[in-house]
Structures are given as C-alpha cells and as structure tokens.
Ligand binder design. Structure first.
Ligand code: PMP
Length: 433
C-alpha cells in the first residue's frame, strides 16, 4: 500500500494520531501535544470524556440510526428541548444537521422559504460581512467574505451583499464609537443600494473565528444591526458554529450583547468532536409560516440521528455538571492576561482579542503602523509549525489580502486550568522567541 491516496494529505511528515485524553493528544511515535485549539475549535469538553463515551455506548446498544421521516427519537426530542432552554427569546424550534456548513445552509433555506411562504419571493438576497467564514457548501460559501475562498465560485454561488465587519484594531475613524457608526451607515447604504425589499437576512458571526481571529463587535453595533433588520423587514441570522456552546464564556456569544437573532446556526462544540452534530434554531413564527405552506423542504440523511443526539445531550450534561461555561469566562480572562503579557514582550504581536476561551492573536510586521506581514511570509504557518514542534497545537489563519494580518487562535478545551494555560503560554513564548 502506498499510503498516499488521501486527497488532503499535506505533508509527508504529518504525524499520525494515536489517542487522546483531556487536553492532550498523542501521535503514534509517542509524542504528546497539548491541544491549544480544541482541534478545529471543536473539542470543547476535552478528549476521551467518560460520560460521553458511556452515553454513546448506551445509545449504540439500543440503536445508532433511525430516519426522521420514519421514527422520532427521544434523545432528539430531549436535545431540542435542552437547546431551547439554553437560548433566549423565541428561538423555539430546532432542526438538526451534521455540520456547520449544513446549519448555515439550512438557515439560508429557511429564510428564503419563509419569505416565499409570505408571498415575498423577491426577498432572497443576503447581506454578510467581509471578512467572514460561513462554511464550505455553495450557499454558505456564497455568504463567506474571504476572497481566496469565494473567488473561484463567484459566478455560481448565491453570493451576498458584502459589508465591512467592525475592526476594533485597525479602524480609521477617531474613535470606536465613530467607527461603529460608520460601519452601520455603510451597511444601511448597501442594503438600500441592493433594494431593501429584496433582502432576506443579514448574517454574521457575533465573535469572529477562523476568518477574523477572534474579532469582536460592540453591543451598539449588534443593536444597530438588529434595528436595521427590523426597519427593513429582513431577518438576522447569527452563525455561532464556532462561538456557540460556551466557547466565549456564555452559552452563546449573542448573549454578551443582549441581541437575539431570528435564526441561530450551531455546530462544533455541540458534538465536541465525539460525533458530527449541528443545529439550526429558529423563531417559532418562521417555522409556523413555512409549516402552513407545506413544511420546510430540506433534509440530510443523518440529520438528528439517535447517536448524534445522545452525544449532544451528554456533551451538555458534562458542560453543566463541570460548569464549563463559567470556567470558559474565568480561564479566558486569565489566558487573555497572559497573552497580553506576551504582546508586551514581542513586537510581532499586534493585537490580542476575543472573549472567554476564544482568543485570537494577530501577528504584524510593524506594531506601530499595524502593517501585516506580506502574505508570502506565511507568518501564521511559521508560528503554528514552531509551536507544533514544541508540542503545542494552535489554530492558524493566513493574512487576508491586506484586510487583516496573520493570526492564530488560542482556544483550548473549556476544561482548562490555570496550570494548563501556563503550559500553553510557556510553549507559545518559546515558539515566538
Ligand atoms: N461557520 C463558522 C463560523 C465556522 O467557523 C465554520 C467552520 N470553521 C463553519 C461555519 C463551517 O462548519 P463545518 O466545517 O462544520 O462545515
């Protein structure tokens, strides 16, 4: 066997994974890595958790898969109720899918079907932010504001009206308040230019993840966006695929701003790496309107299967019994302080940002002018590789064509302790040095 059939095999020296426990992963050569980014900001409760393994084994003993048009499953009903209890407002309906992209795709489709059912079929355009990341399927990619990913498909994706994302690091105005005013004005102008009556929804990540390296927005921005949606009759969709499920020190990042979306997309932390499960949550009114006109036309074979839902339930049980949401806020603020100490020590750290255990570090060539490294320098890849050599995993993202600098995310499992964070910081410090 040649062992090179895997499409995405990127390098010959890629370690082969062996096993994991808590925040550590081992490769087949016996090297230990500290998981400073929860894989892809996914393994929120850490690896190899006995409660989840037990719940999955118990479900496997009963039934792994049943199809939702033939049977309902108690675990799906229970998980939907638990998610509704954790959210606010009237986000009362849950549709399970298998990945973040599918959750966003489902949100797009629900918004479109809602307006078709309301006899407003012209409302089929979306407004999204640049930079942003919403997934790899064609609909979600159409919303994604990240040039290199969008470009090849521009003529065949649904596309979206792209508006600037608030940038609390590189803003040009004299204050953050003025910057937010300007971004909201540009957003409103873009909505009007596209024809407000044609907009189905504005879509955003309340705290940026892979695309922006943990960029945050302000409460006034969120309130302003909500007001624009209400004024022009379109929906507000929040993509919390990455920021949801306790990552930012609240169950959902929107809770920091007190602005509730009409549709919410969740994934990553919901299955916490144990099983691919994601969800689209929506206001009951949307689902009722679509229901009256024949029901939501959308589905995935594995959507809401019993094994997936049993996993999601066990993950929430662990998060509650170990108080991981409050630990995320507490340890996130310790992590932030330590990263800011590193920023004082190293000129290449331009900005540290984020909330809870979603912390981003932006690397710049010039700290004073905030000039990014040239894209070809691959600063993000260099630091990630130096960290991996030292046994630390961090999540890299490249310079976004001048939109922002290279950045890395430091997003360990929500179970981390002060001692774990100290270990991460020591290894990061050595890598930067
Ligand atoms: N939205 C956001 C904000 C994400 O971070 C991601 C994944 N990085 C996705 C959507 C897509 O999720 P998936 O890779 O599970 O399809």
């Amino acid at each position: 066997m040649s062992n090179n059939a895997l499409f995405y095999l990127t390098s010959d020296d890629m370690p082969v994974v062996s096993h994991a426990d808590g925040i550590y992963i081992w490769d087949t050569k016996g090297r230990r890595y500290i998981d400073g980014c929860s894989g892809a900001i996914t393994c929120n409760i850490g690896h190899n958790h006995p409660t989840v393994k037990r719940a999955m084994a118990e479900q496997l003993d009963k039934i792994a898969f049943s199809y939702r048009t033939q049977f309902e499953s108690q675990v799906a009903l229970d998980l939907a109720d638990r998610l509704v209890d954790l959210t606010d407002g009237d986000l009362d309906k849950v549709f399970f899918v298998g990945s973040g992209s599918e959750a966003v795709e489902s949100a797009i489709k629900l918004a479109v079907q809602y307006f078709v059912a309301k006899e407003q079929p012209e409302r089929c355009k979306f407004v999204s932010l640049r930079p942003s990341y919403h997934g790899s399927t064609m609909g979600a990619l159409g919303l994604t504001g990240y040039e290199p990913l969008e470009a090849p498909y521009r003529s065949i994706t649904i596309g979206s009206v792209k508006v600037p994302s608030p940038d609390l690091y590189r803003y040009k105005e004299t204050s953050i308040e003025e910057h937010i005013t300007s971004v909201l004005e540009q957003t409103e102008k873009a909505i009007l230019a596209a024809g407000a009556e044609t907009i189905a929804a504005v879509v955003l990540e309340p705290v940026g993840g892979a695309s922006t390296g943990g960029r945050i927005v302000t409460k006034r921005y969120m309130e302003g966006l909500r007001a624009l949606c209400d004024r022009y009759g379109c929906l507000l969709i929040m993509d919390e695929v990455l920021s949801g499920m306790g990552r930012t020190g609240a169950w959902f990042a929107y809770q920091h701003f007190g602005v509730v979306p009409d549709i919410l997309a969740l994934a990553k932390g919901l299955g916490s790496g144990y099983y691919p499960i994601a969800a689209m949550m929506a206001r009951k009114e949307l689902v009722d309107v679509v229901g009256r006109s024949g029901g939501f036309m959308h589905g995935h074979t594995y959507a809401g299967n019993p094994l997936a839902c049993a996993t999601g339930l066990a993950v929430i049980d662990v998060m509650e019994s170990e108080q991981l949401v409050s630990n995320s806020l507490k340890q996130g603020s310790y992590l932030r302080q330590q990263l800011e100490q590193l920023a004082l020590k190293y000129d290449c750290i331009g900005n540290v940002r984020g909330i809870g255990l979603l912390q981003g570090v932006e690397l710049v060539r010039d700290k004073t002018t905030k000039e990014p490294y040239p894209a070809a320098f691959n600063a993000f890849a260099k630091i990630t590789s130096l960290a991996k050599d030292r046994g630390l995993l961090i999540y890299p993202r490249r310079c976004l064509n001048g939109l922002a600098g290279d950045h890395v995310l430091i997003t360990p499992p929500l179970t981390v302790t002060v001692a774990d964070i100290d270990e991460i910081i020591t290894l990061l410090d050595e890598s930067l040095a």
